[in-house]
Design a protein. Structure first.
Lengths: 165, 110, 494, 932, 114, 90
C-alpha cells in the first residue's frame, strides 16, 4: 500500500503544489479537481528523472512558519533598503560576505540562496563548488558576522529542519 | 465596504508602483553593479507583489468570490527571480566588474 | 466526396513525415519512400489533369468552410498542368539524387518531399495567405536543399538566397495586409471580385499591394533586378536540387499569371503593372543572355538559361490580353524540362572531369564522354531553340503569338547567344581535352534520370500539337476568370 | 514508295555506320554501310523523277503542329529534283572517296553518321514545301556541318572553325526564321504552294523590306556572301570530303537554293536587284581576288567557291529569267568541278602530307593521272571552252550585258564580270601550274608522292567526266534537268535559251577571251602581286571572330560582374530600391490622408511605450556593432511589441510573441558563442546615405500605408468568424478557432514550415566546423562553474510546473487566449532550461535526444486529424466537437480541433528542441575547455 | 493612437531595412527580426485597432477583427523558423569562410574594390 | 474614482520606472548592467500588465503576466551563462 502510494506520488509536495496550482488557475470545481489530480500524478511521474534530489518535506508546519518569516522579512527589508536607495549614496557600506553552510542538501542550499536573494539588501552571489560556502553580497552592512548569524537563524536552520532532519 | 476595498486596492497598487519605482531608481542610481543588483529585488517582491495584491482584491471583490490565481505570478517570480540575480552576480564576478570603493570582502574567482 | 485534389499536398507531406520518423538512416528505405511518393504524385497528377482537362473547375473546401471564409483548393487546367509538370520533373530528379547525392547531407529526402508539398500547395491553393504559407513551405525546404552537401560557394549563395527571400516574405506579408485591409478578403476569387469595386485611396493602396505582389513573385521568378541570387544558387546546388529548382522560378511566374488573370485581365484595374513587367522581362532576357555569354562555368550558363526562359515567359504573359499564354505555357514546360536536364548533364560532365568540374576550359577527358557529348548536343539544341526540338517549336509559337519586333529580336538574339555560349562550352568541355583525368564515367541510374527528362523534351517535340492544344485550353480557361470565380463562390462574393 | 520517305532514308542511314563500327573496323564495310541507304534513295528516285520530268510537282504532307502552321510537307519539283540528285549523287561519291581518305585510326563510323545526318538535313531543305520545316532543316544543316567541321576536334582550328561556321550560319538561320514567320504573317500559310503564288501580296506588304532583309541574311550567311563570307575558308579545317560535299557542292548552295526557291515570291523589285546583285558582285570579286593569293590549296578552292557563289547570287539578283536559268546551270556546273577539285586537293594532301602550294611543285611527274583530272576540272573552273564552266560563264557574261537596271552605270556589271573572270582564270592557272609544274617539290612531309589508291580516283573521274560531258553535250546531258529546274524556279514559263557551245562571235565570247588571257597575264605577274598582297594588312577572320567572341564574353562578364557582383548588399539594395520605386510612384496619387473614422485617443503609457519602442529600435540599429547591447535593445523592442498586442486586444499574440522572444534570445546566445562580439564600422558614407534613404522611403511608405488602412473603413469576412466560431468551431476564442479550424490549413502549413526548418537546421549543423572562443570578450578564460548549483536545483522542479502551465494554456486555447503553439513553446523553454542548467549529457540520460520523431508525430497527428474527417465524408480538416457530461465532473467539451492543436504542440516542442539542442551540441565537437 | 502605431511600424521597418543592408550576418539577422516585428504589426493593424475588445465570443459586443491576429500568429511562427534557419546558416557561413561577412570574404567593403 | 486616480498614479510610477530601466540599459556601462536593466523591465511589465487588467476589468491578460514570471528569466539566465561560460548549452 505504501509502496504503491510512493510510486504514484514520488514527491507528494510537488504533486500537491501542482494540484493547488491547477485549482488556482482553473477554479475549485469538481471537474478540475479530478483533472488536476490526474495531472498532479502524471507530470511528476513523467518528469521524475529530472529532479533526482528534491527531498521530501519532513516538517510541514515549519515550512509554513518559514514562509511567513520570509514574507515578513521581505516587507521590512524593503523599507530599509528603500531608505538606502533614496538616501545619500555615500552612506552605504556594501560587502561580500562568505557564509559557511551548514546545509548539505543541494535543494536546501538553493532555497537558502533564493531566500537570501529575495529579501532585499542581500543577494546570494555564488555557492562554492564544494557547497561549503555561500557568498552573499550585502547592500549595506556593518557587521558581517551578525548578518551571517541572522541568516543562519532565520533561514538556514528552519530549512535544515524542513528538509534534512 | 466597497469604499474600503477600493481604498485597499488603490493602496496596494500605489505601494506596488512606488516600490517598483524605488527598485528602478536603485538600478539607475546605485554606484556599482553589485549594489544595483539589489534594486530589482524590490520591484520583484513588493512592486509586483503590491499590484498582484491589488488585482487579487479587485477581482475577488468584483466576482464576490476569492480569486487567487494571481498569486501564481508571485509564486513563479519568487522561484525564478533569485536565479536571475544569482546568475547575473556570477557573471559580474566573472567579468571582475569594478566594485564600489570600500566594499568589504572579495568576490570569488569564477 | 473526392479528396484526390488534396493528394498532391498530402502525399509528399506524409512521405516527408515518415522520412522524418525514420531516425535510423536506412538509406534504401528512405529512397524507396521518396521514389514511391514521387511515383504516386505522378499518377495523381495525371489523374487530376484528366479531371481538369474537360474544363471543369474543382473546388475543395478545407474544413468544409465555404469560400471566402475558409481556405479552398482549386483545381483548374492551369493548376493541373503545373502539378503534372512538377511530378514529371520530380521523379527523374529524385532518381538522380538516389545514386548517392542524397547521402551528402542529412534529411535530403524529407526536404525533397516537403519541397514538393510546398510547390504543389502553391499551385493548388485558392487563397492568398495560404499561398504565402505554401511559399514559405517551399522556400524553407528549398533553403535546406540548396545547402544540401558541402562547399563554400554553396553556403555563400545559399545565404544570399535566404536573406533575399526573407525580405521577400516580409514584402509579401505587407502586400497581403494591404489586400486584406482594402478588400477585406484573402480568397483569390473574392479578391478578384472586390478589387473591381474599390475606389479612392483604397484603389491606390490596392495598386501598391498588387505591385508589391509582383515584386515578390518576381523575386521568386527571378526577374530583373531580382534575379541576381539565382545563378550562384543554382549553379552551386546539388544537381538533382538544381534540376528540381527549375520549377521554382515557374512558381513565381504561376503566381503572377494566376492573380493577374483572375483580377487584372479586365475591369477597372486591367493591366495593372503589365507594362512594367513587360519591360523588366525583356531586360531580364537581355541581361541573362549577357550573363550566359560571360559564364565561366557550365552550371552558371545553364542557370542563366533558366533566367532567360523567365524573361521570355514573363514577357509573353504580360503581352496583350493574355493571348500569348498558351504558347508561353508550352515554352514553360519545355524550358523547365530542358533546364533540369541540363543541370543533371552538367553534373555528369563535372563528375567526368574530376577536379576540373564544369569550368569552361580545357580539362581532362571524360571517361565514356561520347554519350554525354551526344546528349549535351541534343540538349543544347533544345535549349537554344534550334530545330527540330521543342525549344524551336516553343519559340516559333511565342513569336507567332507575340508579334512585336523587339520581342522577336531579343528572342532570336538570346537564341544566338545560347548557341555561341553552348558551342563554346561544349567544345571546351568535350573536345579541349588534356588527356585522362580522375573523373568517373556516368552511371546507369544517373543517365536514366537524365534520359527521362530528355525523353520528355522529345515527347514535347513529337506531340507538340496535342500539348499546344492543351496549353491553349489552359489559356482559354484563364481568359474567362468568371468561371473560376463562379466555381469558388457559387453564391457570389461575400 | 512515296518520294518523301527518301528524305528520311539518310537519317535512318546515319544509324548504320556506328552500328557497323561496333561489329567491324573494316573501312570498306563501313563505307558500304553508309552508302547503302543513300544508294537505295537514289535508285528509288527514278520513278518520281520521271513524273517531275513530266512536269508534275509531287507533294506529300503529314501534319505535325498544325496550330503553328508547321507540317511535314515535301515537294519534289524540278529545282528540288536537281538538288536531290546533287546531294545524293555527290554524297555517294564523297562516301566512296572518304573510304580512302580517312585513315584506319579515325572514327569513320561517326564520320559517316554525321555525313548522312547532313545529307538528310540537306534533302529536307531542298524538298520542303513548308517554310517552317525548311528553316528546321536549314538549321539542321548548320548543326551537322558543325559536327563535320569539328570532326578532328582535338585541333583548335577545327573547333574554332566549326563554331564560327555555326554561329554565322545559325544567326542567318534565326533571321531566316523571323523572315519566314513574317511571310507567314502576310500569307497566313507557310506552304510554298501558297507562298509562291502570293509574290505580289508579299511584295506589296509593308513588311516586304523586312522580310527580304531577314531572308537574305539567311541566304547570305549560308552561301558565304560578302560580308558574311569569312566563315567558309575556316570551315576548311574539316576533312576534305566534307569540304567537297558541304562547302562546295551542297550546303553552301542552300543559300542560293533559297534564292531560287523564293524567286517567284520575293524577286522582281528594285530592292531585290540592289541588294542581291550588289552582294553577289562584291562576293564574286572579293572571293576571286582572294583566291589567287591563297597558298593553301583548299584555301584557294574555298575563296573560289565564295566567288562562284557570288556569281550565282548575282545572276539571281538580275531580275532576269534568263539569268535565273544561268544561275541554276552554274549551280550544277560549279558542283561538279568544285567537288572534283576538292577531292583532287584531298588526294594531293593525302599523298604529300601538305596543302601548301609553295612546297608542292611538279606533281605532274609523280601523279600524272590525278594531274590530268585536276587540270581538266580547273579548266572548267576557269571557263575554258568545251567544259561545263565555260557555258554557264558565257551565259553569265551575256546576262550582265543585258541588264540596264543601273542606268548609266550599267557597264559596271560586265566590267565586274570580266574582272572576276580574269581572277578566276588566274587562280585556276595557279592551281594547275603551281601544283603540277613549277619545279620540284620542296620539303614535303611525304616524299615521293604517289598516285592514290585506284578507287579514290573514281569519284573524281566521274565528276570530271561530267564536266566534260556537260561541256560538250550540254543539252543531252543536262538539258532536261535544267529545264525542269529552271521552270520550278521561274514558276512555269521558261525564257528562250540555247545550251550550245558556240553562239558565234559575240560580246560574251570576247569577254571570255579577255578573261582567259587576262587571267594568264595576271598569273604571270604573280610574284609582284604576292609581294604586294603580303604588304597588305592581314585580317584573319578566325582571329577576329574569336577575338570578338572573347571580347563579347569579357564585356558580358564585365556587365554581369557589375550587376552580379556577388554582394548581398547590392542585391538587397536592388530589391528594396524596386520597392521604393513602387511606393514613390504609387503614393503620389493618394487622394487624401484624412481619416475616415474617429481615431483612438492617445494615453501617456502608450505614448511612452511607443517612445521606448522607437528608441530601442533605433538603438538596436545604431549599436549593431556592439552586438550584445544591440541584442538587449532588440529584446526591449520585442517586449514592447508584446505590450502593443496586449494593448490592442490581442492576448494570443502577446503570449506568442513573449515566448518566441525567449527562444530567440536563447538562439542568439547560442550563436553569439561563435560570432564576433564586436565589429568595426565598414560602410562608406555614400553607402550609409543610400541605405538610410531606402530605409526611410520604405519605412515611411509602409507607415503611411498602415495609417491609411487603419483609418479607413473596412468591410471584411471577419464577422463570419465571430458569428460561427462558437456554433461552427466549438470555441469562443475566435483567433484560436481560426487557427485550428477556419484556417487550419494555414496552420498545418505553418507547423510544416517549422518542422522543415528544424530538419534543414539539423542538416546544416551536421559536420559543421566552427571554432568557438577560448576566452570571453575580455580575454579571460571562461568560468569553471558549468552548472551553477542554484540554477540547476531550481530549474529541475520547475519542469513539471511549467508543463502544468503548458497544459493549462493548451486546454484553454480553444476558448480563451492560449493554444498549442504557446503551450509548446513553454514546454520547449522548460526543457531547454534543463539543457542550459544541467547540460546535454545530463538531459540525454533522461530522455531521448532525437527530436525528429516528435516533429514528425506532431505534423502527422495534425495531418491525420485532418484526414480523419474523410471517414465522415467531409473534406480535409473538417472539425467536429461535442459536449459530454461525466457524472461528478460535469459538463465538458471535446473538439477534434484539439487533436489538431496537439499536433501543433508536438511540432513546436520537437522543432524548437531539435533546433536549440543541436545548436547547443555544436560546441561539444569543439573541445575547447579542459576540465569543464 | 493609429498615428502612433503607424510611426512604430515605420520605424521598425526602416531600422529593419537599414540593418538588412549591412555587411555582416549578425546585423542582417537583427534587421530581419526588426523587419519582422514591423511587418507583423502592420499586418495586425490591417484589421483596425481596438482597445479591450478581445475577440472572445460573449465577452464583447464589438470585438476586434480576429483574422489579422490569426495571420500574424502564423507569420510569427514562420518568422521564428526562418530566423532560426538564417542564424544557423550564418554560423555555417562563418564556419566555411572564417568570417561573418555576408559575402564570405573579409576584404572589407566591396565598393572600395570597384 | 479613487481607483481611477490610483491607476493613473501607478501607471505613472511604473512608466518612470521603465524610463529609468531604459536609462540603465543604454548607459550600461557593462553588459551585466544592461541585462539587469532588461530583466527589471520585464518584471515591471508584469506589474503593468496586471494593472492594465484592472484598468480594463479583464482577466484575459493574466496569462501574459504569468508567462513573463515563469519563463522570462530564462533569457536572463541564458545571457548570464553566455557571459560566464560562452556556451549556454554544454
Ligand atoms: Na607550288
Ligand atoms: Na553549447
Amino acid at each position: 500500500m505504501k509502496r504503491w502510494f510512493e510510486r504514484l506520488f514520488p514527491s507528494l509536495t510537488l504533486s500537491l503544489l501542482l494540484w493547488l496550482t491547477w485549482l488556482l488557475l482553473n477554479g475549485f470545481t469538481p471537474g478540475h479537481a479530478v483533472l488536476g489530480l490526474v495531472l498532479a500524478v502524471l507530470l511528476p511521474l513523467g518528469t521524475r528523472p529530472f529532479w533526482p534530489n528534491v527531498p521530501g518535506i519532513r516538517n510541514l508546519p515549519r515550512l509554513a512558519g518559514f514562509i511567513l518569516v520570509v514574507l515578513w522579512d521581505i516587507l521590512v527589508a524593503n523599507l530599509t533598503v528603500a531608505r538606502k536607495v533614496l538616501g545619500p549614496l555615500g552612506d552605504i557600506r556594501p560587502a561580500f560576505v562568505p557564509m559557511p553552510l551548514a546545509l548539505e542538501d543541494d535543494f536546501a542550499i538553493a532555497l537558502l540562496a533564493s531566500t537570501v536573494s529575495l529579501t532585499p539588501g542581500t543577494v546570494s552571489a555564488d555557492v562554492s563548488l564544494d557547497r561549503k560556502f555561500l557568498l552573499i553580497h550585502a547592500l549595506d552592512v556593518d557587521d558581517e558576522q551578525a548578518l551571517i548569524e541572522e541568516i543562519r537563524q532565520r533561514y538556514e536552520r528552519p530549512l535544515k529542519e524542513i528538509f534534512e532532519c | 465596504m466597497d469604499a474600503v476595498i477600493e481604498w485597499l486596492v488603490a493602496a496596494c497598487m500605489v505601494i506596488g508602483g512606488v516600490f517598483a519605482l524605488i527598485g528602478s531608481i536603485g538600478l539607475a542610481r546605485l554606484p556599482d553593479f553589485y549594489t544595483r543588483l539589489h534594486g530589482p529585488t524590490k520591484a520583484t517582491t513588493l512592486g509586483v507583489g503590491g499590484t498582484i495584491a491589488a488585482s487579487l482584491l479587485y477581482f475577488s471583490w468584483q466576482a464576490r468570490q476569492l480569486q487567487l490565481h494571481e498569486v501564481l505570478i508571485i509564486l513563479f517570480l519568487f522561484i525564478t527571480a533569485p536565479v536571475s540575480a544569482h546568475m547575473l552576480a556570477k557573471a559580474a564576478m566573472h567579468r571582475q566588474l569594478k566594485r564600489l570603493k570600500g566594499t568589504r570582502g572579495e568576490p570569488w574567482e569564477q | 466526396m473526392s479528396h484526390w485534389i488534396i493528394a498532391p499536398i498530402l502525399i509528399p507531406a506524409l512521405a516527408g513525415m515518415l522520412l522524418l520518423l525514420e531516425v535510423r538512416e536506412r538509406h534504401q528505405l528512405r529512397r524507396v519512400t521518396g521514389l514511391l511518393s514521387a511515383s504516386a504524385l505522378l499518377a495523381v497528377a495525371v489523374l487530376l489533369w484528366q479531371q481538369a482537362a474537360d474544363g471543369s473547375i474543382t473546388v475543395y473546401r478545407l474544413g468544409n468552410w465555404a469560400a471566402p471564409f475558409g481556405i479552398v483548393l482549386v483545381l483548374d487546367r492551369l493548376s493541373a498542368l503545373m502539378l503534372l509538370l512538377t511530378a514529371l520533373l520530380a521523379f527523374p530528379a529524385l532518381l538522380y539524387a538516389c545514386r548517392g547525392d542524397d547521402r551528402k547531407g542529412a534529411n535530403f529526402h524529407g526536404l525533397f518531399q516537403f519541397q514538393l508539398m510546398g510547390i504543389n500547395g502553391a499551385f493548388l491553393t485558392g487563397d492568398l495567405f495560404n499561398l504565402f504559407v505554401f511559399f514559405e513551405v517551399l522556400l524553407i525546404a528549398s533553403y535546406g536543399l540548396a545547402l544540401h552537401g558541402r562547399g563554400r560557394a554553396r553556403v555563400k549563395a545559399g545565404l544570399h538566397y535566404v536573406v533575399l527571400n526573407l525580405v521577400g516574405s516580409a514584402l509579401f506579408l505587407i502586400a497581403l495586409g494591404l489586400i486584406y485591409g482594402t478588400t477585406g478578403t484573402l480568397n483569390m476569387a473574392d479578391f478578384a471580385v472586390k478589387a473591381q469595386a474599390l475606389s479612392g485611396s483604397d484603389h491606390t493602396l490596392l495598386r501598391v499591394a498588387v505591385l508589391l505582389l509582383w515584386v515578390v513573385f518576381g523575386l521568386k521568378a527571378a526577374l530583373f533586378p531580382l534575379y541576381f541570387w539565382l545563378p550562384a544558387t543554382y549553379a552551386n546546388a546539388t544537381a538533382a536540387v538544381a534540376a528540381l529548382f527549375a520549377i521554382m522560378t515557374k512558381v513565381g511566374l504561376y503566381a503572377i499569371l494566376r492573380v493577374y488573370a483572375l483580377a487584372f485581365a479586365s475591369g477597372p484595374l486591367a493591366g495593372l503593372g503589365r507594362h512594367a513587367l513587360w519591360a523588366l522581362a525583356l531586360t531580364t532576357l537581355v541581361l541573362a543572355a549577357i550573363g550566359a555569354l560571360g559564364a565561366k562555368r557550365l552550371g552558371t550558363l545553364v542557370a542563366y538559361l533558366v533566367v532567360m526562359s523567365v524573361g521570355t515567359l514573363l514577357a509573353a504573359f504580360s503581352y496583350g490580353q493574355l493571348q500569348a499564354v498558351g504558347p508561353a505555357l508550352y515554352y514553360l514546360l519545355h524550358s523547365t524540362m530542358i533546364c533540369a536536364a541540363l543541370f543533371l548533364l552538367t553534373d555528369l560532365v563535372a563528375r567526368g572531369r574530376g577536379e576540373a568540374g564544369d569550368t569552361i576550359a580545357a580539362g581532362p577527358a571524360i571517361p565514356h564522354g561520347g554519350v554525354l557529348a551526344v546528349l549535351f548536343f541534343a540538349a543544347a539544341i533544345a535549349v537554344a531553340g534550334l530545330p527540330p526540338l521543342s525549344g524551336f517549336l516553343g519559340k516559333v509559337a511565342l513569336m507567332q503569338a507575340v508579334p512585336v519586333p523587339l520581342y522577336w529580336a531579343l528572342l532570336l538574339l538570346a537564341g544566338l547567344v545560347g548557341v555561341i555560349g553552348l558551342s563554346r562550352a561544349g567544345s571546351s568541355l568535350f573536345w579541349r581535352t588534356l588527356g585522362p583525368g580522375d573523373g568517373v564515367r556516368p552511371g546507369r541510374q544517373r543517365l536514366l534520370a537524365l534520359l527521362l527528362l530528355l525523353a520528355m523534351v522529345l515527347a514535347l517535340t513529337l506531340w507538340a500539337q496535342p500539348v499546344l492544344q492543351a496549353t491553349a485550353s489552359v489559356a482559354g480557361q484563364l481568359q474567362q476568370p468568371q468561371h473560376y470565380i463562379q466555381a469558388v463562390l457559387p453564391g457570389g462574393a461575400s | 514508295m512515296n518520294f518523301a520517305y527518301l528524305v528520311l532514308l539518310p537519317f535512318l542511314g546515319a544509324l548504320i555506320p556506328p552500328l557497323v563500327a561496333r561489329v567491324t573496323a573494316n573501312r570498306t564495310a563501313l563505307a558500304c554501310g553508309a552508302a547503302l541507304l543513300p544508294l537505295v534513295a537514289l535508285l528509288q528516285l527514278f520513278q518520281p523523277a520521271l513524273r517531275v520530268f513530266d512536269g508534275q510537282t509531287l507533294l506529300a504532307r503529314w501534319n505535325w503542329v498544325p496550330s503553328l502552321g508547321l507540317s511535314l510537307s515535301f515537294r519534289l519539283d524540278g529545282l528540288a529534283l536537281l538538288f536531290v540528285l546533287l546531294v545524293l549523287g555527290i554524297g555517294l561519291l564523297v562516301i566512296l572517296y572518304a573510304r580512302y581518305y580517312l585513315s584506319a585510326q579515325e572514327k569513320a563510323g561517326r564520320f559517316y553518321a554525321f555525313l548522312l545526318l547532313f545529307m538528310g538535313a540537306m534533302l529536307g531543305v531542298v524538298t520542303s514545301d513548308n517554310l517552317l520545316m525548311l528553316v528546321m532543316f536549314w538549321e539542321l544543316t548548320s548543326l551537322s556541318s558543325f559536327l563535320l567541321i569539328s570532326f578532328w576536334h582535338d585541333k583548335s582550328d577545327a573547333r574554332k572553325g566549326a563554331r564560327m561556321a555555326m554561329t554565322v550560319t545559325g544567326m542567318g538561320g534565326l533571321a531566316l526564321l523571323a523572315g519566314v514567320l513574317l511571310i507567314g504573317h502576310v500569307v497566313v500559310i507557310y506552304s510554298l504552294v501558297e507562298v509562291l503564288i502570293s509574290g505580289d501580296q508579299i511584295k506589296a506588304s509593308p513588311l516586304y523590306p523586312l522580310i527580304l532583309a531577314l531572308v537574305l541574311l539567311g541566304v547570305f550567311t549560308k552561301s558565304a556572301q560578302f560580308p558574311f563570307h569569312f566563315w567558309l575558308p575556316h570551315a576548311m579545317a574539316a576533312p576534305t570530303p566534307v569540304s567537297a560535299y558541304l562547302h562546295s557542292a551542297t550546303m553552301v548552295k542552300a543559300g542560293v537554293f533559297l534564292l531560287a526557291r523564293l524567286y517567284p515570291a520575293l524577286s522582281g523589285t528594285d530592292l531585290w536587284f540592289d541588294t542581291v546583285t550588289l552582294a553577289g558582285m562584291a562576293t564574286l570579286l572579293w572571293g576571286a581576288a582572294q583566291a589567287l593569293f591563297q597558298h593553301d590549296l583548299k584555301g584557294l578552292l574555298a575563296y573560289s567557291t565564295i566567288s562562284h557563289l557570288g556569281l550565282i547570287t548575282l545572276l539571281f539578283g538580275l531580275n532576269s529569267e534568263l539569268a535565273a536559268v544561268a544561275a541554276v546551270f552554274h549551280i550544277i556546273n560549279h558542283a561538279t568541278f568544285k567537288a572534283s577539285l576538292f577531292m583532287a586537293a584531298g588526294i594531293i594532301d593525302h599523298e604529300t602530307g601538305s596543302r601548301d602550294m609553295r612546297r608542292i611543285n611538279g606533281l605532274w611527274k609523280y601523279m600524272p593521272y590525278t594531274a590530268v583530272l585536276a587540270m581538266v576540272a580547273s579548266a572548267a573552273m576557269a571557263g575554258v571552252p568545251l567544259l561545263n564552266g565555260f557555258l554557264s560563264k558565257e551565259m553569265f557574261f551575256a546576262e550582265t550585258l543585258e541588264s540596264s537596271h543601273l542606268g548609266a552605270l550599267s557597264w559596271l556589271l560586265p566590267l565586274g564580270a570580266v574582272l572576276g573572270g580574269i581572277f578566276s582564270v588566274a587562280y585556276s592557272a595557279r592551281f594547275i601550274h603551281d601544283v603540277f609544274f613549277n619545279g620540284e617539290p620542296i620539303n614535303l612531309p611525304k616524299y615521293p608522292p604517289h598516285e592514290p589508291p585506284r578507287y579514290m580516283k573514281v569519284p573524281v573521274e566521274i565528276l570530271v567526266a561530267l564536266c566534260v560531258a556537260v561541256g560538250v553535250f550540254p543539252t543531252l546531258v543536262v538539258g532536261g534537268l535544267l529545264t525542269v529546274a529552271a521552270r520550278a524556279v521561274l514558276g512555269g514559263t521558261l525564257p528562250e535559251y540555247h545550251l550550245t557551245i558556240w553562239h558565234g562571235f559575240n560580246t560574251p565570247l570576247v569577254m571570255s577571251v579577255i578573261a582567259l588571257f587576262g587571267g594568264v597575264f595576271v598569273y604571270s605577274q604573280r610574284r609582284r602581286l604576292y609581294d604586294g598582297f603580303e604588304r597588305l594588312p592581314k585580317l584573319d577572320a578566325k582571329l577576329v571572330f574569336e577575338g570578338v567572341v572573347q571580347r563579347l564574353g569579357r564585356v558580358a562578364s564585365l556587365i554581369t560582374g557589375q550587376l552580379q557582383n556577388g554582394s548581398l548588399q547590392s542585391y538587397a539594395a536592388w530589391l528594396l530600391a524596386l520597392v521604393a520605386v513602387v511606393l514613390l510612384t504609387q503614393m503620389t496619387g493618394l487622394p487624401s490622408l484624412a481619416p475616415q473614422k474617429a481615431l483612438l485617443p492617445v494615453d501617456g503609457v502608450s505614448l511612452l511605450c511607443s517612445g521606448m519602442l522607437v528608441a530601442a529600435a533605433l538603438l538596436t540599429t545604431l549599436l549593431h556593432r556592439h552586438r550584445m547591447t544591440s541584442i538587449m535593445c532588440l529584446s526591449v523592442v520585442g517586449l514592447m511589441v508584446s505590450l502593443v498586442f496586449v494593448r490592442f486586444s490581442a492576448p494570443d499574440l502577446a503570449l506568442t510573441q513573449l515566448s518566441v522572444e525567449v527562444v530567440t534570445i536563447l538562439l542568439l546566445m547560442l550563436a553569439m558563442y561563435f560570432m564576433p562580439v564586436r565589429t568595426r564600422g565598414e560602410s562608406s558614407v555614400p553607402r550609409v546615405v543610400r541605405d538610410v534613404l531606402l530605409a526611410l522611403v520604405i519605412g515611411g511608405g509602409v507607415a503611411l500605408l498602415a495609417f491609411l488602412v487603419m483609418t479607413g473603413e473596412l468591410s471584411s469576412i471577419s464577422p463570419f468568424f465571430l458569428e460561427h466560431s462558437k456554433p461552427g468551431g466549438g470555441g469562443t476564442n475566435v483567433v484560436n478557432v481560426i487557427l485550428v479550424d477556419f484556417r487550419g490549413f494555414d496552420t498545418f502549413g505553418e507547423i510544416t514550415v517549422l518542422g522543415i526548418a528544424a530538419m534543414g537546421i539539423y542538416a546544416l549543423l551536421r559536420d559543421m566546423q566552427l571554432r568557438s572562443a577560448r576566452y570571453d570578450s575580455q580575454g579571460r578564460p571562461w568560468a569553471s562553474d558549468a552548472h551553477p548549483l542554484v540554477l540547476v536545483t531550481i530549474s529541475r522542479p520547475l519542469l513539471p510546473l511549467a508543463l502544468l502551465i503548458a497544459v493549462y494554456i493548451f486546454l484553454r486555447g480553444h476558448n480563451l487566449p492560449g493554444g498549442g503553439f504557446v503551450a509548446g513553446l513553454i514546454t520547449a523553454v522548460a526543457l531547454v532550461l534543463q539543457y542550459v542548467a544541467s547540460g546535454v549529457g545530463w538531459v540525454h540520460e533522461r530522455m531521448p535526444g532525437d527530436y525528429h520523431p516528435v516533429v514528425a508525430l506532431g505534423v502527422l497527428l495534425a495531418g491525420l486529424t485532418g484526414i480523419g474527417s474523410w471517414a465522415f465524408g467531409y473534406p480535409f480538416l473538417t472539425s467536429t466537437h461535442d459536449h459530454f457530461h461525466l457524472p461528478w465532473i460535469g459538463e465538458f467539451e471535446l473538439a477534434s480541433a484539439m487533436l489538431f492543436d496537439t499536433g501543433v504542440f508536438l511540432t513546436v516542442v520537437g522543432a524548437t528542441l531539435l533546433i536549440l539542442a543541436n545548436l547547443g551540441k555544436l560546441s561539444l565537437l569543439d573541445d575547447k575547455k579542459e576540465g569543464a | 493612437m493609429e498615428l502612433l502605431v503607424a510611426v512604430i511600424i515605420g520605424v521598425l521597418v526602416s531600422t529593419g531595412i537599414y540593418l538588412c543592408l549591412r555587411a555582416r550576418t549578425f546585423p542582417v539577422v537583427m534587421g530581419l527580426t526588426l523587419l519582422g516585428y514591423g511587418v507583423n504589426l502592420f499586418l495586425f493593424a490591417m484589421g483596425g485597432l481596438k482597445i479591450d475588445r478581445v475577440a472572445v465570443v460573449g465577452l464583447n459586443s464589438d470585438p476586434t477583427d480576429p483574422l489579422p491576429q490569426a495571420l500574424v500568429l502564423t507569420a510569427i511562427v514562420i518568422g521564428f523558423a526562418m530566423t532560426a534557419f538564417l542564424l544557423v546558416l550564418a554560423l555555417r557561413s562563418q564556419g566555411e569562410h572564417h568570417t561573418d561577412h555576408v559575402d564570405g570574404d573579409d576584404e572589407g567593403d566591396r565598393e572600395g574594390r570597384r | 474614482m479613487i481607483l481611477h486616480s490610483a491607476l493613473s498614479l501607478t501607471f505613472g510610477l511604473l512608466t518612470v520606472a521603465w524610463l529609468l530601466n531604459l536609462y540603465r540599459l543604454i548607459k550600461g556601462p557593462t553588459l551585466p548592467d544592461r541585462v539587469l536593466a532588461l530583466d527589471t523591465m520585464y518584471i515591471n511589465s508584469i506589474a503593468l500588465i496586471v494593472l492594465y487588467g484592472i484598468q480594463v476589468d479583464s482577466k484575459l491578460y493574466f496569462e501574459a503576466a504569468m508567462l513573463i514570471a515563469l519563463i522570462g528569466f530564462v533569457s536572463t539566465v541564458a545571457v548570464a551563462k553566455y557571459m560566464t561560460r560562452g556556451d549556454i548549452i554544454e
